[in-house]
Design a protein around this ligand. Structure first.
Ligand SMILES: Cc1cc2nc3c(=O)[nH]c(=O)nc-3n(C[C@H](O)[C@H](O)[C@H](O)COP(=O)(O)OP(=O)(O)OC[C@H]3O[C@@H](n4cnc5c(N)ncnc54)[C@H](O)[C@@H]3O)c2cc1C
Length: 463
């Protein structure tokens, strides 16, 4: 069997790519204009319209809703948020605990709304299992576990190798940590259900409409301009393509493979009855899920970044990346050695210079944005959207400050990335360092994190 490469993502081979919605027909006005039809844009439209039904909301999407990471991700709906530890340093422990609580609740909020709106997205709330493979990974796993508990996750469990294997038998596991705050989802089913729900509420979505520039009260496209008091940028990994944004969030690649459906005998050797999402503690970490039709979908970092902040070609992935992911699959689950890889794809996520997700509405200009989620945006986009709703309501005099508008990631700003070629050299150097560190840790006995990885963390601003 040959591997399908690209085609946006494996998930679309199950749902089909939807018939395109009409592009913007010409100049128009709205109360709120949202740029980008991923989870952030659509959730924002959803919550704003629910809160204020008479609002005229227009969503502009360059290709089709779900073209970006929201239609390509690993389907971990979980409570991780990029930057929490830095927010603790900047705003204090309690502020970061509040952020973490909000994230825990967000997982349940997405599950709740999906049920309320009749969206069947193959959701199973089996939690998140992360495993360690080497003494250094185990030491990091224990430190990670302790930090999560300190940030309020009292229900998180630290597992020995045997307990971890009772959930998922990953070869060579030395220990694990499990949290209940995670669910396995089908990313595109959630996205498409959400788009339908938003339209049913009366939000207007125009597809095949690229916004070339965002200015206060204006979203400019080749077909015309939408004038609106609020223009919200929800373009995540594609942000660098907007005028004036070249060096803001860096488009980082993540790549995935999906196997053919695995036979019963293979599942008997693996377990994974609880449908937990699965990750590890490598520096260039992997993530995986057991799909509703019994495949393994597994992702990790391939070519990390394209020169000049270019994005991608409908998800096409380099053969070397596909092979590297297949090697991880077989190392984790030796019984998959002979199984076919049906699909491979990639997508971009947005990485700010300090690796901190943020959400903001500039009250002077009416421009808002949310993102920089790094690799944890499936749930975070929902929290960002409810926060943008509250910020718009607060600014327009229809609401008050809320618990969400007080969270420490609101209004956070960060310096821009270095110009090329330093950006490219830096990111490629960082991932070369991580891959080397992962190899040395896997073959070594030390419980210390590899020093090269520590230096890469510091230089990159990641930790
Ligand atoms: C391979 C992969 C795996 C991932 N796995 C996970 C995971 O398991 N769990 C997790 O939490 N996170 C994961 N992520 C990250 C997560 O998917 C994203 O953070 C999240 O989907 C971001 O949603 P978004 O709406 O902000 O951005 P996107 O989904 O990227 O949406 C942005 C939209 O804006 C549109 N757009 C961009 N520029 C313009 C423009 N100029 N004009 C008009 N429209 C424009 C794009 O076409 C796109 O549809 C993964 C990401 C990738 C790439």
């Amino acid at each position: 069997m040959t591997t399908v490469n690209g085609g946006i993502s494996f998930w679309y081979s199950q749902t089909g790519v939807p018939a395109p919605r009409e592009p913007l027909p010409g100049d128009t006005t709205a109360d709120v204009c949202i740029v980008g039809g991923g989870y952030t844009g659509l959730w924002t439209a959803y919550y704003l319209k629910k809160a204020v039904p008479f609002l005229r909301i227009t969503v502009l999407e360059q290709k089709f809703c779900g073209y970006g990471a929201s239609g390509r991700n690993g389907g971990w709906l979980y409570n991780g948020i990029a930057g929490r530890d830095r927010y603790a340093k900047l705003h204090g422990h309690e502020a970061a605990v509040a952020l973490q609580h909000a994230m825990n609740e967000t997982v349940d909020e997405v599950v709740r709304v999906a049920a309320e709106e009749g969206i069947d997205a193959d959701i199973v709330k089996g939690g998140v299992l992360e495993v360690a493979h080497s003494p250094a990974q185990l030491a990091r796993l224990k430190a990670f576990h302790a930090a999560e508990v300190a940030f309020g996750e009292k229900d998180r469990l630290l597992l020995g190798a045997g307990e971890s294997a009772e959930r998922i038998r990953v070869a060579g596991t030395s220990g694990g940590t499990w949290t209940p705050h995670g669910a396995r989802i089908h990313p595109v089913k959630l996205l498409q259900g959400l788009a339908k729900a938003v339209e049913a509420l009366g939000v207007v979505i125009h597809e095949s409409t690229t916004v070339t520039e965002i200015k206060p009260k204006h979203a400019i496209t080749p077909y015309g301009t939408v004038r609106a008091p609020y223009v919200l940028r929800c373009t995540e990994g594609f942000t660098a393509s907007l005028k004036g944004q070249k060096r803001s969030w860096l488009p980082m690649n993540s790549s995935m493979i999906a196997t053919e459906p695995l036979p019963r005998e293979v599942w008997d050797t693996i377990g994974w009855e609880g449908r937990e999402t699965l990750g590890d503690m490598a520096h260039a970490y992997m993530y995986a899920q057991r799909t509703a039709d019994d495949r393994i979908a597994l992702g990790g970092r391939g070519v990390p970044y394209r020169f000049g902040s270019r994005t991608d070609n409908d998800g096409r992935t380099q053969p070397a990346t596909v092979e590297a992911l297949r090697e991880i699959l077989v190392r984790f689950f030796p019984a998959t050695a002979g199984v076919a890889i049906e699909h491979a794809w990639s997508g971009v996520l947005g990485v700010p210079r300090d690796w901190c997700a943020s959400v903001e509405l500039d009250r002077a200009t009416g421009l808002g944005w949310a993102g920089g989620y790094v690799g944890s945006g499936v749930a975070t986009a929902n929290l960002a959207a409810r926060t943008l709703r509250d910020l718009v309501q607060l600014d327009s005099g229809q609401g008050h400050g809320t618990e969400l508008t007080a969270l420490p990631w609101v209004g956070h700003r960060v310096r821009r990335w270095e110009p090329e070629p330093f950006r490219w050299i830096g990111v490629h150097g960082m991932y070369a360092a991580y891959r080397g560190a992962d190899r040395r840790e896997l073959s070594g006995r030390s419980s210390e994190t590899d020093p090269v990885a520590r230096v890469a963390d510091r230089i990159s601003g990641r930790h």
